[in-house]
Write a new protein. Sequence first.
Length: 311
Amino acid sequence: MTFEYVFGPVPSRRLGLSLGVDLVRHKTCSLNCVYCECGPTTRLTLERGEYVPTKGALEELDRFLSPGPQLDFVTFSGSGEPTLHQGLGQVARHVKARHPAYQVALLTNATLFSRPDVREDAAEAHVVMASLDAATPGVFSTVNRPHPALDLEEMIRGLAEFAAGYQGELWVEVFLVAGVNDTEAELCALARVLTRIPHARVVINTLDRPGSEPWVEVPEPRVLARVQELLCARTLGPPAGKVPGPGGGEGERFLAFIRRRPATVEDLARAHGMEIEKVRDILRPLVEGGSVVMEERARGVFYRALNAPAS
Ligand code: SF4
């Protein structure tokens, strides 16, 4: 059994075991973040559309979820910005109605939250994790390299409006890039912006896997301590577990996983409930065949797919 729009499950610190649903083609986004683990954005857009067939995504979800695998979340994420897909709300409602054992999460950059239809779709998720890395246009431009028509203040207003009416759990994720958005001035501005987003929990992220730009660095520990103080960052979430995945070639499943998210051998072993040696055996021919490369990072050796899925 092969899957085009569903991938994982992916172990997540905050969501436990999460099945990914990718509603856009690689790499379709309204931003081109310097730290993006999917690589550079090739389709920079603000247009909502049916980037992948809604029917196909629903069929794959039913196929994966019908046997009742042990999962915590079904999460919209993957090769770009999920809210660009106009069927997001429909797919979320389908999962909730047909597979009520699973929670629905949305990972979004919130850039389209100024639109009421996007806010309505996002509100279908039990958990929304929205990223917000900048409070000033200059830093927004440097870190997120947005579509030229995007207005940061409009986007923040949309996120604040969403937060005010949202019944689920909202997280705001701030990704810190050393020397860019970790200055005292930007952190204070971010802290002020966060006061406009009620009930949101704040989480700080830094690079721990290969990103788009090699110059992206993690801020120094003393800066991170100041960040905690200013932005009240907290982390939580159940530890990652394991779930038997669907059938299909193991190499293909690994490729589908690391195309969206570079991973270590340990990440893959945890996600697929396999022995580390078995994971290495599956990865070896992929590396030798040139479809996967290995990159050394502080957290270990990451496996990254060289070729993106076809657009
Ligand atoms: S990190 Fe997210 S928002 Fe930024 S370019 Fe990548 S997919 Fe888009």
